[in-house]
Design a protein around this ligand. Structure first.
Ligand code: SF4
Length: 585
């Protein structure tokens, strides 16, 4: 496609990228400040400020790509909407009335007598993040904030001085061979004084910004990946707001560092008779066969969990990478004409398994900094830096800094020792600040080869015998309670226009059927929660096999981009509107 082709150009003052809680809250906070300023200006007979605010969203609707637990810490919400509890339109599923933590072995388990303080959520709202996003989007529309759905940012635009001046959106209608289809429309240039990126974990534009301005910390951003399902239980089964957190089985590394697999699971009651269950595991897991979707199915077969989910049928499925390194791996948050907020900048407190309130507050503080930029008429780095100053002066820092080593401690040393080290770190962090950060590593470097993990003869590797969806497994799938990956994709609602190039860029597909197959056994077939990657027989290939990428299944979790041991895969935005349809996740 020629760069010279005619493109539409739009002008806005502030451009938020990604209609998640961070951007939606940021845009609302910014508009509220402008409106308050203008009310005062009117009283004083001064000129009002005029500003256009836009939000880009790659999903077909606000919330269609939204997935989270979620028990919401309402701190940021109460600052933005003090009357939310009295607002009948606010989408609460239930409030937490009882909560417990289960420690699971393979066949049994017990409830620990006291819920650790970090996990205590009594009285907090259980929400569907997708519905919450839709609610925030309505509040945006009331405030004349424009939301462009089904519009993905393709690349950042810079002026001659290197300042970010907006985003070029992805071209629409490129055929499989890279030539324009009949319905081709070039992407538009959206020019903005400040561009605020809140694209979620491993953001496509955030990567460009981080690289351009060398913004990543020496401690890499680390991730877990979670698979989540919503189950419909028999009528009348769900009577109250409950939360179960689990540790142990099927995450065999929870108790020590040797297996290098750490994570946990949650079960929350939702409205009606629906229950959400999710399992998260680190993306630097040593096990090359780690498959979070498979582990979630195993968890549901555990007698303690079966009891909670009795009679349940899976009605929704999704997956997402989650930033867990928190304060200890946060990138630089600002650049000339740009700021980074929410999950894109690692605003999540893994010690509390919570990030929505931090994402919202980061967006709100970016909105406040944007307002200051507007007042000053300056948008360079010395002005966008106000965002970082505001973060440092806020409760975000107070909450996140003491937890900066939580994930690294527990991921490296397992629960008992890691928890002790984390306890010590909570004491030393206020004294030594950033110098007490424990060094993490890039997630993709954590995976061991088959030989390293299973031994030279690989005899310890599980040999599965029952085929399901073209894969071998030890599970019996009924696609009601135990669902295979292809049925799960169906339940995610994910689709993509098939007549487009794959948005999963595999740098060297030959590598997949040679080196990767030999060393790691093609882990993409297991870590991908949507069965996008398939090694299939192909007589025309010199190796008798080739990689088939079923990109239409992709649920945009970004795991392949993060976990592939050779970093052979890049996730880029597909054609507008493609991806999951989560709706109530
Ligand atoms: Fe996730 Fe990558 Fe699979 Fe898409 S292809 S679902 S981003 S692992």
């Amino acid at each position: 496609m020629s760069e010279e082709m005619e493109r539409e150009t739009f002008y806005t003052d502030f451009l938020f990228v990604g209609a998640g809680p961070a951007c939606l809250s940021g845009a609302i906070r910014l508009r509220n400040m402008i409106d308050d300023h203008n009310d005062a200006a009117e009283e004083n007979g001064e000129e009002p400020l005029d500003a256009r605010i836009m939000i880009l969203e790659k999903g077909s609707d606000v919330g269609s790509h939204g997935i989270s637990g979620a028990v919401l810490d309402p701190r940021a919400l109460s600052e933005l909407f003090p009357g939310w509890k009295e607002d009948d339109t606010f989408p609460v599923e239930r409030f937490v009335e009882r909560e417990s933590m289960l420690m699971l072995s393979e066949t049994s388990g017990f409830t620990i007598p006291i819920m650790p303080p970090e996990f205590q959520d009594h009285g907090k709202p259980i929400i569907s993040i997708a519905k919450f996003q839709a609610w925030l989007a309505e509040r945006c529309e009331e405030r004349n904030i424009e939301i462009l759905t089904a519009t993905a940012g393709n690349h950042l635009l810079f002026d001659d001085n290197g300042q970010v001046i907006g985003v070029r959106t992805r071209d629409f209608g490129i055929g499989q061979n890279g030539s324009p289809r009949e319905d081709f429309e070039p992407g538009a240039d959206i020019m903005a004084k400040v561009t605020i990126l809140g694209e979620g974990p491993r953001g496509h534009l955030s990567r460009q910004l981080f690289n351009k301005f060398d913004m990543l910390s020496s401690n890499p951003i680390t991730y877990e990946m979670g698979c989540k399902e919503i189950l419909e239980l028999p009528k009348g089964s769900v009577k109250d707001g409950f939360v179960y957190l689990t540790a142990g089985y099927p995450l065999n590394g929870s108790w020590g560092p040797l297996n290098g697999t750490f994570g946990g699971a949650f079960i929350y009651s939702m409205g009606g008779d629906r229950v959400a269950i999710g399992l998260l595991a680190v993306l630097d897991a040593h096990n090359p066969d780690q498959d979070v979707h498979y582990m979630l199915q195993k968890l549901k077969l555990h007698p303690k969990i079966r009891e909670i989910l009795k009679g349940g049928k899976v009605i929704k499925y999704g997956a997402k990478a989650v930033t867990v390194g928190g304060w200890g791996c946060m990138p630089k948050l600002y650049a000339p004409g740009a700021m980074v907020i929410g999950d894109s900048a690692s605003f999540l407190n893994a010690a509390r398994i919570k990030g929505i309130h931090l994402a919202m507050k980061s967006g709100m503080l970016a909105g406040e900094a944007a307002f200051e930029c507007l007042l000053a008429g300056e948008f360079g780095e010395s002005y966008t830096k106000m965002y970082k100053d505001k973060i440092d002066d806020s409760w975000v820092r107070t909450e996140m800094e003491v937890s900066q080593n939580f994930h690294t401690n527990i991921s490296k040393d397992g629960l008992p020792i890691g928890a002790m080290k984390y306890g010590l770190s909570k004491v030393t962090t206020p004294l030594f600040g950033a110098s007490s950060i424990v060094k993490a590593h890039e997630d993709h470097s954590g995976m061991k080869t088959l030989e390293e993990y299973y031994g030279k003869d690989r005899s310890e590797r599980p040999q599965f015998t029952k085929p399901s969806s073209g894969r071998y497994t030890d599970l019996e799938y009924d696609n009601e309670y135990i669902v295979d990956k292809l049925h799960a994709v169906y339940l995610s609602g994910s689709t993509h226009e098939e007549m487009q190039p794959s948005h999963l860029l595999v740098a060297d597909p030959n590598h997949c059927v040679t080196t990767c197959r030999e060393e790691y056994g093609n882990p993409c077939e297991r870590y991908c929660p949507a069965q996008v990657y398939n090694i299939i027989d192909d007589e025309s290939s010199p190796h008798g096999k080739r990689l088939q990428v079923d990109f239409s299944n992709c649920v945009h979790c970004k795991t392949c981009d993060i976990r592939d041991p050779y970093q052979n895969i890049r996730w880029v935005p597909p054609e507008a509107g493609g991806g999951p349809q989560y709706g109530d996740m």
